[in-house]
Structures are given as structure tokens and as C-alpha cells.
Unconditional design. Structure first.
Length: 178
């Protein structure tokens, strides 16, 4: 496989992401144009209580034009450590600090259209901190037993990909710890 990027043109620059049009040359010499959303990346965290409940946020999402249940998450600042971001977002969005943060994985959120890498963590040994939402965040904090949250994936009540991956991974880790 000999594909490589040979050119890039910025098409749009917003406050959260940039859209570029790349020229990709293939092994046979043909060239294609591909669009790509360029993003700094993000961190997300699955907060787990001592009673094996998970803390989620319910917030409006434009793509859904409605409310979506998600794990706390946020965009990385340029050069920011993913663990620092996850720790910040946990307290900002749900008002907790973690005594223990465990890295689950790093993943592309939509590799076919974006270079965004999401760093996923599990937070345990939670202590009360202080919630401080961004000015454009309107969040309801909700708590579910892990098994109920897993069930909600399969009924379609939880449809966010990072949340699905995070919940399934945490369920697996908690089973291994038992």
C-alpha cells in the first residue's frame, strides 16, 4: 500500500476544528481529493462510584437536535496532556475529583472523516469537587447503575460512540476486578 498525502488546502477554520482538503496519491499514480476535519483531540472519562454506578451528563447536541446521554468529555487545548484534560472535565462537568484515574484507550472518533483522537479514562475513588460549566454548557448530571447504563446502549437510549465504548470497557474492567 503506497498511498500518501501530497497536498493540503485549508477550507474552513472554526474555533473547535478546521476542515482541510487533502490530495492523496495512490501507488498506481492516481490522485484523489479527500476532506478531513482536523481537531486537537479530546479526553473523556467514565466516573464510577463505589456502588458501581456511572455518572453521565445529559446535554443538548446539535447533531441530534435533542438531548444526549454522554460521559464527561472535553477538547484538548493545544499541547495539553490528555489526563489533565480528563481530570479538568470530570470536575467541570460533574463536580467530582478522582482519587484514581485509569487509562482505557485512545481511539479515533470517526477515522473516515476526522483526525480527532479521543483519550478515554475511568475515574474511581470519587470525591466531591466543584462543578463549573463553560458559559455555553447546560448539563444535567445523572447517575445509573452500570448494568442499567449498558442496557440503555442496546435500547438506543445511549447512542454516543465514546460513551458506548467507555461504558462497555468499564463494565469489562469491573468484572475483571471482581
Amino acid at each position: 500500500m503506497g498511498a500518501k498525502r501530497i497536498g493540503r488546502k485549508e477550507v474552513y477554520k472554526g474555533k473547535i476544528f478546521t476542515i482541510v482538503q487533502d490530495e492523496i496519491q495512490f501507488e498506481d499514480g492516481s490522485v484523489a481529493q479527500w476532506d478531513l476535519v482536523v481537531h486537537n483531540g479530546a479526553s473523556a472519562v467514565v466516573p464510577v462510584t463505589t456502588g458501581k454506578e456511572v455518572i453521565l451528563v445529559k446535554q443538548y447536541r446539535n447533531a441530534e437536535d435533542g438531548y444526549v446521554l454522554e460521559i464527561p468529555a472535553g477538547k484538548l487545548e493545544k499541547g495539553e496532556d490528555p489526563l489533565t484534560c480528563a481530570t479538568r472535565e470530570l470536575e467541570e462537568e460533574v463536580g467530582f475529583k478522582a482519587g484514581k484515574m485509569t487509562k482505557i484507550c485512545s481511539m479515533y472518533t470517526a477515522v473516515g472523516l476526522s483526525d480527532e483522537r479521543l483519550h478515554l479514562y475511568m475515574a474511581q475513588d470519587l470525591q466531591v469537587g466543584q462543578q463549573h460549566l463553560d458559559e455555553d454548557e447546560y448539563i444535567e448530571v445523572v447517575t445509573y447503575p452500570i448494568q442499567e447504563a449498558i442496557h440503555m446502549i442496546f435500547t438506543g437510549e445511549i447512542c454516543d460512540s465514546k460513551t458506548i465504548v467507555g461504558l462497555l470497557a468499564v463494565e469489562n474492567r469491573l468484572k475483571q476486578e471482581s
